[in-house]
Design a protein around this ligand. Structure first.
Ligand code: MTE
Ligand code: MO
Length: 334
């Protein structure tokens, strides 16, 4: 076995080269660069990230106050902090896994405000101080599963989204919750340039059914590893829904709106046959271009420590959430 730092160019071919050329081709053809960007083989992507990861770590965020409720301190092996904050998807800052950590420092998170409105009796605009005052923070150790078939275990800091929704007093018309990322093309190169941003429409938007949003596992997240979120992880506030694919976890949120109708969601609009509205983690429903039966867990060691393990239904949270989907065909509603 070769040590990680001895990986040669041939170790990342042919998959990496294939993906590169595929991207070029898709661009040349003017086809959805977004579809090309989610790699055919995320493994090649992992290899090249480990190879290139000699950058200094992002400056740490400020330490947060939080409790550690027993029920959420899962006894799972954590993905190390440098990987959680160094291997990211945040297409506003580029498509490669190292791009967000390298580029997201330009995001201005001072004077951040989050607006919650729509089908509510009490619309609210809160700044981050208001949020920290109103909602005590908790550490929750959650599995995190990207649709690209890699996974992590992350100690998030956050609070239940349901508490904020309750504070806004939903009307009886509210059935869904829509989320929007900040639109700041001057700070986010991917919003300015279609190719840097993977051809997605910005601002990035996501949505949940109201019962999913009210579920106690669903968090608004303000920190990771005990500190305020670094920009590449979606500072200053992002969504975490641990039983769904990672793309539901919209970053750097400025607007939350309760709606009667199902809101549009970015990846679903970009490729509706590949990314559904529900996006519940499910080993039995494959992505059209790859299997979801197993995943690569990103652990403590180098690339040799990236273990294949079975994907769990609802990402291991079936006892808590399966009842939300009783009677729903999970194959049709993927
Ligand atoms: N605004 C925005 N939110 C986003 C994304 C993005 O590109 N833009 N990527 C999503 C995807 S695909 C994943 S897997 C997670 C990654 O979160 P992490 O980098 O904190 O692990 O963020 C999600 N939220
Ligand atoms: Mo993802």
């Amino acid at each position: 076995m070769k040590p990680v730092n001895r990986l040669t160019e041939s170790d990342v071919t042919p998959e990496a080269i294939f993906n590169q050329q595929r991207r070029k081709l898709m661009k040349t053809l003017g086809l959805g660069a977004a579809a090309a960007a989610l790699p055919q083989a995320a493994h090649a992507d992992l290899l090249s990230w480990f190879k290139g990861n000699d950058r200094p770590p992002a400056p740490p965020g400020r330490a947060l106050d939080f409790s550690k409720p027993e029920a959420y301190q899962a006894n799972l092996m954590l993905t190390p902090e440098d990987k959680v904050t160094g291997y990211n998807n945040f297409y506003e800052f580029g498509l490669d896994k190292a791009d967000p950590a390298a580029n997201a420092g330009s995001l201005k998170t001072e004077d951040w405000k989050v607006r919650i409105d729509g089908e509510v009796a009490k619309p609210l605009t809160l700044d981050m101080d208001d949020i920290f005052k109103r909602f005590p923070m908790e550490q929750r150790i959650y599995r995190m599963r990207c649709v690209e078939a890699w996974s992590m275990v992350v100690p998030w800091i956050g609070f239940q989204l349901g508490k904020l929704i309750q504070a806004a007093e939903p009307t009886s018309n509210a059935r869904f919750v829509a989320f929007k990322t900040v639109y700041a093309p001057d700070q986010m190169p991917g919003q300015k340039d279609r190719f840097i941003g993977g051809g997605l429409n910005y601002p990035y938007v996501e949505g949940l059914r109201l019962d999913e949003a009210m579920h106690p596992l669903t968090l608004l997240t303000t920190g990771v590893y005990g500190k305020a979120l670094p920009p590449q992880n979606g500072a200053p506030i992002r969504l975490t829904v641990p039983w769904k694919y990672g793309f539901k976890g919209i970053k750097s949120i400025v607007h939350i709106s309760l709606t009667r109708d199902r809101p549009p969601t970015t990846w679903n609009e970009s490729a509706p046959n590949e990314y559904g509205f529900f996006a519940n983690v499910n080993p039995h429903v494959n992505h059209p271009r790859w299997s979801q039966e197993s995943e690569r867990f990103i652990g403590a060691g180098g690339i040799l420590d990236v273990k294949r393990q079975p994907t769990l239904l609802f990402n291991g949270y079936a006892d808590e959430v399966a009842s939300l989907y009783r009677g729903l065909d999970l194959r049709e509603n993927f």
